[in-house]
Structures are given as C-alpha cells and as structure tokens.
Design a protein around this ligand. Structure first.
Ligand SMILES: NC(=O)c1ccc[n+]([C@@H]2O[C@H](COP(=O)([O-])OP(=O)(O)OC[C@H]3O[C@@H](n4cnc5c(N)ncnc54)[C@H](O)[C@@H]3O)[C@@H](O)[C@H]2O)c1
Length: 279
C-alpha cells in the first residue's frame, strides 16, 4: 500500500451510511496515511421553521452519519454537521474546524440531491421540472462546490497545494441509459465549476480541482433511489470493456487525485470500466 497521503488531512463530505461512495474513499484515504474529518447533513441553528417531519429527518440522518463514521472509521474521527445550502452552516462549520485547529490538505465533494428523484417514483421529464426543483438540485449538487470551497479558502483552512475532488456521472454530458434529467443538468454545472475553480485556485493557491465520473451504483441511498439504475448497472456491466468500476476502484483513483503533489487539475476523469468510450 502506498503512503501518498501520509500526514495530510482530508475532509470527507457525503457519508450517509456504509454504502455511501464517500465511505469507500474515506477508507482509502486513511489506508494511504491521511487523517479524516467528516461532515454530515444534520440540523443546525440556521434551519428556520422546520416542520416536525423535516426536523426528524435531519436528526436521524445525522445520527446515522455519526454512528457510521465512528464504527467504520474510528471513534476519534472528528464529525461536524453541515448543510451546504445554508451559508450560516458553512460559516459555523469553518469556525468549528478553526476552533479545533484543523487545517485541510484536501476535500471530497460527494453531495447531491434532486427532489424530482424519489424511490419508486418515475423521474419527472425535464419539461415538467419546476423552477424550485431545478434550483434546488443546482444549489445542493453544484453551487455547494463553490460555497464550501469559498468558506474553506476565506477562512484559510484549505492549505496551499491542496486538492479538491467532486463526484459526477456520465449523465452530465449525455442522455444516460436510465433517466437522469434534472440532476444531469446540475452535474453539468458541477463539472463546469470544477474547471473554473481549477483555473482560479491553481493560479491563486496551487490548489488542484478535479472530478470523477463513476459507474452507476445502487449500493448507496442516492443511487438506490434513481429509477432504472439497477437496469443501468446490468447494462453498463455488460457493455463496459472492463465491467463496471467498483467503489474500491473509485476510492483508489480518488485518493490519487487528493494527493498534495502533482499537477493534474481541471480534469473530469471517467472511472467506469471504459463504458464512456462506447458509441
Ligand atoms: N450512486 C451512483 O450511481 C453514483 C454514480 C456517480 C456519481 N455519484 C455521485 O456520488 C456522490 C455520492 O452519492 P452516493 O451514491 O454515495 O449517495 P449518498 O446518498 O450516500 O450520498 C449523497 C450525500 O449527499 C448528502 N447531502 C444531500 N443534501 C445535502 C445538503 N444540503 N448538505 C450536505 N449534504 C447533503 C447526503 O446527506 C448524502 O450523504 C453524489 O455526488 C452522486 O451524484 C453517484
């Protein structure tokens, strides 16, 4: 095992449970010598006028996140609540890192949400997506890369020469085998943001910003909810030259792109067993 990340500290966002792609990446970062800090969606003082149902959802999501991190990554792994749609939550999160003297060498953006996707429900056609659903998906799944990066840079938590990695999908560019629609538009924006940030932060801080498009995967909460994804997994398994990439393949490439040296930036890399080369 290499020690590419020895002595570094990496923020892992987007762990819901042991099936989250972020969990596989966290394990690999640790394997390669990195220290882990985790943020999870949960209730914050900035959530105003929450319904009982919404409050219960946020509380149970955070509980599941914390217990998964502590059991899978160790009881001493620092955990923090973070809702990326709330500027105040990002500010508090950065303040909490500073209070614990935590500086970062990199972070994983593994966050997505689209209210037009619900388990067992047919995904809305793009023509029927409301303005609220459109901007909701954009806010959580794309703009959050800008706002979280800004928070970490302005508070000088993210060190020079660091690395940022975001998770994307082929549906950012193409009409996928299964309906991806509204979230596909948000992923396209996310990838464009990666390129813009790669330029700006490369010049100003020598920070690298990349994205990985991963194979379809039903083992996570978000993946499990996407209509037709199980069929897509089977189709891509058959049609990819190497078969679908597994979470451990993603984890290995992610750790590589999160290493603090090297000059790879602004890339959108396919970790999908070669499915993207098919016509
Ligand atoms: N599952 C797949 O098929 C697949 C394929 C390629 C890329 N991806 C991408 O990988 C990433 C992780 O997805 P996953 O499949 O591991 O599912 P997941 O459900 O485990 O992860 C999604 C995460 O987003 C978080 N999140 C949602 N709204 C948030 C908010 N407002 N603030 C903070 N966090 C919020 C959730 O709490 C969750 O932890 C996503 O960007 C997803 O689009 C998934």
């Amino acid at each position: 095992m290499n020690e590419n990340l020895k002595g570094t500290t990496v923020l892992i966002t987007g762990i819901t449970d042991a099936g989250s792609l972020a969990m596989s990446i966290a394990r690999q970062v640790r394997e390669e010598g990195g220290h882990i800090v985790c943020s999870g969606l949960g209730r914050t003082p900035h959530h105003a006028d929450l319904s009982e149902r919404a409050a219960a959802f946020l509380d149970s999501t955070y509980e599941a996140f914390e217990s998964t991190v502590k059991s899978e990554l160790g009881a001493d792994t620092p955990t923090f609540p973070l809702d990326v749609t709330l500027d105040g939550s990002i500010e508090d999160f950065c303040g909490a890192l500073q209070a614990k003297n935590i500086a970062l060498d990199g972070f994983l953006h593994s966050i997505a949400m689209d209210k037009t996707i619900k388990a067992g429900v047919v995904i809305k056609s793009i023509l029927d997506v409301t303005k609220e659903q459109f901007f909701g998906a954009m806010d959580v799944s794309a703009y959050s890369l800008v706002s979280l990066t800004r928070g970490l840079i302005h508070s000088e938590i993210l060190r020079k020469n660091g690395a940022i990695l975001a998770l994307s999908y082929l549906g950012a560019e193409k009409v996928a085998y299964h309906p991806y629609k509204n979230i596909g538009v948000a992923k396209a924006a996310l990838e464009r943001i990666v390129v813009e940030l790669a330029y700006e932060l490369g010049v100003s801080h020598q920070i690298k910003v990349n994205a990985i498009r991963f194979s379809p995967y039903t083992g996570s909460k978000a993946g499990g909810a996407i209509q037709g994804l199980a069929e897509a997994v089977a189709f891509c398994e058959e049609h990819s030259p190497l078969g679908n990439a597994r979470p451990e393949d993603l984890a290995y490439e992610s750790a590589y792109l999160l290493r603090p040296y090297g000059r790879v930036t602004g890339e959108v890399r396919n970790v999908d067993g070669g499915y993207h080369i098919r016509g």
